[in-house]
Design a protein around this ligand. Sequence first.
Ligand code: ADP
Ligand code: ZN
Ligand code: ZN
Length: 728
Amino acid sequence: MTDAVLKVALPLPLPRLFDYLPADGATPAACDIGRRVHAPFGNRRLCGVVAAVGAADARHAEALKAVQWLEPEPLLDGELLASLRWLARYLHAPLGEVLATALPATLRRGEPLPDTRAWGWRLTEAGATALPAMRAGRPRALAQLVAGNVRDEDALDGLHPGWRAPMRTLQSRGLAERLVLSAAAAPMPTAAPFALNPEQQAAADAIGGGAGFAAFLLDGVTGSGKTEVYLDAISDCLSRRRQALVLVPEIGLTPQLLARFRARLGVPVHALHSGLNDGERAAAWTAAWRGEARVIVGTRSAAFTPLQDAGLIVVDEEHDASYKQQDGIRYHARDFALLRARELGVPIVLGSATPSLESLHNAQAGRYLHLRLRRRAGDAQPPTVRVLDVRKRPLQAGLSPELLSAVRAALDAGGQALLFRNRRGYAPALLCHDCGWSASCPRCGTPEQGRPMTVHAHGRRLQCHHCGYRQAAPLACPDCASLALQPQGTGTERIEELLADRFADVPVVRIDRGNTRRRDALQKHFEALGSRPGILVGTQMLAKGHDLANLTLVGVVGIDEGLFSADFRASEKLAQLLVQVAGRAGRAERAGTVLLQTHHPEHPLLQTLVQGGYHAFAEAELALRDAAGFPPFAYLALLRAEGQHAEPPLQFLAAARRLFEDHGIDLHGPLPAPMPRRGGWHRSQLLLSSPDRRALHAALDAAVPRLHDLPDARKLRWSLDVDPVDLY
Ligand code: ADP
Ligand code: ZN
Ligand code: ZN
């Protein structure tokens, strides 16, 4: 083929490839597929990936420009490239954007492959001299850690979470230095495995027993020892000289978890998460690509880790919403991991105490092997759950006298209490008691429907939790000038204030996104509490990942709004959250109690959960979904459009709807989104659904390419979300 050209996928929102020739004059060949190139595009230079080699496209017969190779071999090839092509087709997204999403940021920008040697730190001579005179604080504590011996970076993660910034400060002052560790210095396991109990052993045997692709739903109550089963399967995978990929939710990738993996496996464990800088992420990705990384533990985007000799994929807390990317390329990391396991021919374990209804349905249909762990591991007992009816009870910061005395009793017995309220801030709204005005976000509210702003800082500041807009709280009502402005309801800050006052003898630690943005902040909060009697107050950040041996009481407040949400997934999310939070109680020897405070004690969701547990709830909920024709019994795609005014998005979607008609799928809309305005944008949506996945995708195949040609397609922001999780 003398006239073959390179067909390059560029990171552009256009559903096509672009023709180029290699600048070195070489003849394009199939072995070039997957190689990165620098491609001239207009007056820019883009980093793209060769997606195909073939005849030049006659429709775009401009003079062919030349690309520079970035490295001699393909970066994306084999299984990963095939899976990404599939993902692009499934999401109806441009291949170039999908490939760019799969690459770590530095590689996406065209930077060279990074160094992947293992690094450690030690004090320089200047550092050793300066150490005795250093002031107390993090730099000194770190300097002490690396005085006299080299510490590898993995060990520092465990010893001193958040060490990187202060260490770089030491380095910039010439006090500490970074050096390459010899490859021979592989760590030895420092912790022996538990003897698995019979349920764990049965699960481990099932996972280890097969060859090739198999999907397992490891459905085990909180504290049942799922992580031990993963570790067993990973050890087995390592002994077969294969790589293991473990996905965990954003909030679950704690130093505690990494330390547990490192202590047990005896190989370096590569972490991939948002706390790393771009260079560190690229290094972990590249180490996996080179086959050096044997165990990779990462959050959502780690689903794109290249695996040279894959042996196992684990998705922990598979129900977790953080696996779904909510902007750009809207992939679902769990679902992509399933696809990869199939392509790779390896087992995949989906673990959860509260499996998603999708996964339970798949297990019932026989697509996954359902493994149950019904009891807590070791000696821990399941917590006792009680519903507290608070109708007509006097509430302080939303807490009933019964709950407050249960907290007192738990503290007096030497235990800790956790109060869960899924609203951060001081109060969810600011209201004028004289005229009824309430503070609404100017960027998210509409004249018909205001968006309350959350009160922060004891009433001094207002903040919108949808768009981030902030302003000082007014001193007087803007409508009637009254001074009777009152925070309405309770958020975590207000609860913290009350508890600090009522229980002044113990520490009260608040954990929510307001004060826990950095990865190591969470760890610090737990350290501040220690194991002495004390109280934790917080949002769903508290729902998972932390073993607090002394936690004996969990109080859940303010869940009633979740009981009556219009979103068809709201019940599932609430049930999962309640069970996960409840699962924090009594994880060790001390028994746990959970109190659910509500004004709706008879609500079927609460009744079913308390009496029958999560699986009784899930069965009832699946029956409702089936009757209503919702997932997992139907497949959805959501076309969203946003504009500066309300009308153009609706018009665009009306034109889009005409493209989807006559394809035998159900169309709902166009309608204003449940949140019709956000951050100044007017939002509308068109929901497509079908009980037949193939019918839905046939319609998408036919219509989506034509969406790009609709008259307003370039004037609006629009996006397609296949299998949306949030209909907002
Ligand atoms: P999960 O991941 O299901 O929440 P973990 O694996 O974290 O559960 O285990 C919960 C607790 O039980 C941990 O403290 C763990 O060390 C302990 N554990 C797990 N398996 C066993 C076992 N077979 N024997 C004794 N203790 C165990
Ligand atoms: Zn007023
Ligand atoms: Zn807003």
